[in-house]
Design a protein around this ligand. Structure first.
Ligand code: C2O
Ligand code: CU
Ligand code: CU
Length: 474
């Protein structure tokens, strides 16, 4: 993707059809005509403005997941980008934003009124990207409709880089592979099928009803292709893995033809480099999490294959993708023993407050929902007010699996049900996978910007069914 000017991009959200499964066409909602959308690469601290134009039939909202972004560009679920021809819904102030094409780009409002519903046909999202380099992703965030919008294709990658990271000598260029993993279900004619809406799908193994588990598909896509096979050199690769699935959890392993597991050497988490590498044989990855992994194919014979498998899957969902080692090759890459020295080391004693949040299902007058602290999301209610600069400990309590995500900040995992964090909890994260029945403590410092942000379960169906709350930073 070429910048339109310095740090400026334009993305048109539009419907296309693409051949994902051989021989059939799949209608998609896309950023810029492809799924995933265009990968944006930025330098730390160099602001980027992305103008999104909505040519889809429904309102949309863009959120840069993991971005340290002022509230006005963070994609609050009611800050809509309207499709052409839609009238702006009445707002509490009756203001008439967005009545015509190009009327007032989003960032033009001096103050972000927490109650305003902003609606326009195009919107400028401005990202300062003053943050640790990492793999971010952008996706739809419209209130109540995020899950089906992501399912239809509204997701893309945004890499942030800096000189210090590049100087480490990790595998780069063609040996750095961003991998967006997402499951989908397809109808016979190639159309994406959202399990809730298609009773026939419930009969298929691997496809499940969205209510409890969230939407699960039986086709695993990596960068939009089903079970791809990627040719590699017999050398180290850097895999920047994102689980962009609505609801599916994976437990990844890399297995050679001889059945031996290759090491997954983790060098980074959601919010950038670890202090030192952590080696996994099996790596759980929940929706919205990212892992920055080094895999060394140099011991694999030419012509050999390494399969990336999902231990939690069965049948078709056990396979994710494969690497075919095509040739011997020189490898000048390194994996230094010290990766970064700038990780925050907040202590429990730094915290001015400890808060508890229960992530549980519950009954509402409208039916069952997914709730935080017994309440479904309400844009008009402030759930948490935190002071800019304060360090807090949050205790997140789960009934079933819930990947919990905070906007704006990175956090560290302090404990899991009173025990030390797991090896894959290392580093700075923005999404943590709560396992069934667990109470996970995280610690963070609310810095960056004042304004209204969110925290929520990143099982996209749970999020749409209420498991989201407002975080006001003052
Ligand atoms: Cu990945 Cu609130 O989102
Ligand atoms: Cu986010
Ligand atoms: Cu959940």
């Amino acid at each position: 993707l070429e910048p339109a000017g310095s740090g400026r991009y334009e993305i048109v959200q539009r419907e296309v059809t693409a051949e994902i499964l051989p021989g059939v066409r799949t209608p998609l909602w896309t950023y810029g005509g492809t799924f995933p959308g265009p990968t944006i690469e930025s330098r730390r601290g160099r602001p980027v403005t992305v103008t999104h134009r909505n040519e889809l039939p429904v309102p949309t909202v863009v959120h840069l997941h993991g971005g340290r972004t002022p509230a006005a560009s963070d994609g609050y679920p009611t800050d809509l980008v309207l499709p052409r021809g839609w009238a702006a819904p009445a707002t509490p102030h009756g203001s008439g934003h967005g009545s015509g094409h190009g009327s007032g780009h989003g960032s033009g409002h001096g103050m972000h009124d927490p109650r305003a519903v902003v609606t326009e046909v195009t919107r400028d999202y401005t990202f300062p990207l003053d943050q640790r380099p990492t793999l971010l992703w952008y996706h739809d965030h419209r209130m109540d409709f995020t899950a089906p919008a992501i399912w239809r294709g509204l997701a893309g990658l945004h890499l942030v880089r800096d000189d210090a990271e590049e100087a480490l000598g990790l595998p780069a260029g063609p040996r750095e592979l961003p991998l967006m993993i997402a499951d989908r279900a397809f109808a016979a004619d190639g159309a994406l099928a959202y399990p809730a809406l298609d009773p026939a799908l419930r009969e298929r193994p691997g496809v499940r009803e969205p209510y409890l588990a969230g939407a699960l598909g039986d086709v695993i896509l990596v960068n939009g292709a089903p079970w791809p096979v990627h040719e590699v050199d017999a050398a180290r690769y850097r895999l920047r893995v994102l689980n962009a699935s609505n609801a599916r959890h994976y437990e990844l392993e890399a297995v050679g033809d001889d059945g031996r597991r290759l090491d997954l050497v983790q060098v980074g988490a959601d919010q950038g480099l670890l202090a030192a590498p952590v080696t996994h044989r099996l790596l759980p990855i929940a929706p919205a999490e990212r892992y920055d992994l080094i895999v060394d194919f140099s011991g694999v014979p030419v012509g050999g294959r390494v399969r990336l498998l999902n231990r939690l899957g069965s049948g078709r969902t056990r396979d994710v993708m494969a690497f075919r080692v095509a040739r011997k090759a020189a490898d000048g890459s390194r994996v230094p023993a010290t990766l970064s020295t700038d990780l925050p080391d907040w202590r429990r004693s730094d915290a001015v407050r400890v808060r508890d949040f229960a992530f549980r299902t519950g009954h509402l007058h409208s039916g069952r929902g997914w709730l935080i602290g017994g309440l479904p999301f309400d844009p008009a209610r402030t759930d948490v007010t935190a002071r800019l600069g304060d360090v807090e400990v949050w205790r997140l309590i789960a009934d079933v699996h819930h990947p919990v995500h905070l906007h704006l900040v990175g956090f560290r995992v302090l404990s899991r049900s009173g025990r030390p964090p797991l090896p894959h909890d290392a580093g700075l994260k923005d999404t943590v996978s709560l396992r069934p029945g667990e109470a996970v403590e995280i610690i963070t410092r609310f810095d960056g910007y004042r304004g209204r942000y969110l925290f929520h379960c990143h099982n996209a169906e749970h999020e749409d069914m209420g498991m989201m709350a407002n975080l006001e930073i003052t």
